[in-house]
Write a protein that binds this ligand. Sequence first.
Ligand code: 7RM
Length: 680
Amino acid sequence: MSLLLRPAFASPQLHLRVAAKLHSARSCSTFNVTGYMPEAAAFPGVRDYPGLRDLSVQHPERFWGILGRERLAWITPFHTVSDCDLTQGRVRWFEGGQLNVSVNCIDRHVHMSPDKVALIWERDEPGAHVKITYRQLLEVTCRLANTLKRQGVRKGDRVVIYMPASPIAVASMLACARIGAVHTVVFAGFSAEALANRIQDAQSETVITTNQALRGGRVIELKKTVDQAVKLCPSIKRVLIAMRTENKVPMSNIDIPLEEEMMKEEAVCDPVAMESEDMLFLLYTSGSTGKPKGVVHTQAGYLLYTSLTHKYVFDYHDGDVFGCVADIGWITGHSYVVYGPLCNGGTTVLFESTPVYPNPGRYWETVERLKINHFYCAPTAIRLLLKYGDTWVKSHDRSSLKTLGTVGEPINSEAWNWYYKVVGDGRCPVLDTWWQTETGGICISPHPAGRDAKIVPAMAMRPFFGIDPVLVDDQGRRLEGNKVSGSLCIAKPWPGMARTIYNDHDRFVDTYFKAYPNHFFTGDGAHRSEEGYYQIIGRLDDVINISGHRLGTAEIEGAVNQHQVVAESAAIGCAHEVKGEGSYVFIVLKDGINISEDTIDKELKDIVSQKIAKYAAPDHIQIVKRLPKTRSGKIMRRVLRKIVENKIDELGDLTTLDDHVAVEEIVAGREKILEKEAKN
Ligand code: 7RM
C-alpha cells in the first residue's frame, strides 16, 4: 500500500466545520476561505472568494502546486508545477510526478471506506438499479486490467470502448488507467463508419463492447455495429464483449467473452506508475472540418481539475449522491460521471436510460428512489420535459436535491426558470456551467464563489479558479471593461486543458492558439455584462450543437455528398425548439437527375445516420439549382444562414456574389418550405 501516501482529504471533523461555515455564510465576501477550501489554509492572508480567485490567476504556480500536492496521491512527487508556452501549444503540468489515476479514483477510497457505494447503475429497466461499492469496483477493475494485459494490451496502447453507461464500462476506463493504456470512449450512438474512423485514427488494436444495448426499452445490436466497423479496420486484433443481455451473438475468432475471461483472473493488479503528462485518454470531438479530432487529456492535471471543479462548483460533500445523466461517451460523462466524483470518493450515478422512458417522470422518479443530491443534465432534456407539464415532476419527492446543473449548450430562460421553480421548488441553485471537451472541466459557472453567491438566471457568470477569460474583437484586440461582446479566449493555461490533438499537434496549435496569440481560443462568443459576469452566446465557427452534442456542418456535408445524386451541399445550423439546434441542408443535384423531394429527404437522412449517427440526420433539405458563391468559389454561408432564419432584409453585402439569381431562387424555395411547414 505504499501508493497510498496519505489520505487526500481533510478529516471528517474538518468537513463538518466547513459545512457549518458554508451554511452560515451570508454572501460571497464573508465566507472564510480556509473553511470553504481547506487546502487554502496554505495561503495566508487570503480571506474571501475574490482573494482566492485573484491568487489562483496571479500566482497559478503556488495555487495549483498546493492543490496538486494536497488533493492527489502521488507515487513520486512532482518537481515542476507547470511548464507552458501557449504560443507553441505547449501545456505541461506537475512534471517529475508519477501517479496512477485508478489508485486515486478507487484504491485510496477502498482504504478509507471499502463499503461506500461508488457507482449506482440506473439501468434502462426502470426501478432496477445496482449499487457497486469501492471494494467491488476495485475488484472488477483489477480483473479487467489483468484480462487486458493477458490479451496483450500494453502501456500506451489505445483501447476503444464502445458501450453504454454501466459499471463494466467505467471499470474498462479505469482498467486502462491502471495499466497505462489510453482509452477512447466512442458514444454508442455513433454508426459503424464513425466508429471505424475513430478506431483508425487512434490506431487501436482493441475494442471493448457489449453483445447488445438497451435504450428506452429497445434492444440495440451493438456487437453487430462493431462487426461492421472492424471489417474496415485491419488494425483490430481483439474485441472484448461484455454481456448486457442474455442473448447470444455470433462470435468470430477475434471475439473474446469479457466476463468469462475476467473470472479467470486475479482480483488484484499492480497499478503502473504513470508520468503526469502521459496520455490518459483520447476523446473525439467535432470541429469545423469534416474530420473529428482526437482531443488528448493527460493524467494529473486533468484529474486534479475535474475533482476540484466537481467539489466546488456543485458544493459536493462526502456522502452526497451525484447524478450526472450524461453518457460516458461525451466529455461530461468522463469528467462528472467518472473521474471527478470518483477522485473525490463520491457516489456517482450511471444513467443508462432516456428522460422519457417509461414516461417523462423518469428523471424525477430516479431522483426520488436514489435520493440524488446533485442533478446535472443538458438544457435540451429540460426543454423536452417541460412540454409534458409539471405533474410528472411534482408526483415525485425531490427533497434530496441540493444543486441543479446544466451543460452543453445555452439554456433559455424559460427552461432555466422551470428547472429552478418546478424541479428545484425554488430551493436549489441552478448552475449553468460552460466548458468544452478541450477544457477538461467546468471553466465558467455561478458557483465557485460559494453557496450563497448571487446567481443570475441562465448565465454562466464566474470563471473558476485559475481561469482567466478575456474577450477579443476581430482584430485580436482585447476588450476591456464591461458591457462588451467578443470571442471568448482564456489567457492562462490551467491543469485541465487539452494537451494536443492525437497525431496532429499542428492542428492543435492552429485551431486553438493561432487566432489570438498566446491565448486559448474557445470557438465561442461571449458577452461580459454590466456587472462583469460572462454570458455565453454560442459557437462562432461552423460547429453546430444538436441536443448538446457538437457536430461540424462539414461532417454533415461530407456524408450528404456521398449520395450518388448530390453534386454539392451546404449545411447550416437552424434553431430547434427542443434540440437547441438542428441542421438545414441545401443540395445541388447532379445534371439530369430527377428524384422526388420525399425520396431524397429520406435517403439523405438515412445516409447521414449511417455515416455519422442518428442524431446528426438533417432536419430540413432544400434542393437548389446553385449555391451562392463568391467569385473565388467560396460558399456564402452568411447568406444561407440569413435565408434559413428568414431574415431576407438582412442578407447584407452581396457584391462579392457571382450570381444573384441563385439567391433569389433559394429565397423563393425557402418561402415555399415555410408555407408548407406552417400548414402542417
Ligand atoms: C461540456 C461540453 C462544447 C461547446 C461549447 C459551447 C457549448 C457548453 C455551454 C455551452 C452555452 C453553456 N463539451 N456549451 N456548455 N454553450 N452555455 N453552459 O458540452 O465539447 O461537447 O461542447 O458546447 O458552444 O463550445 S463539448
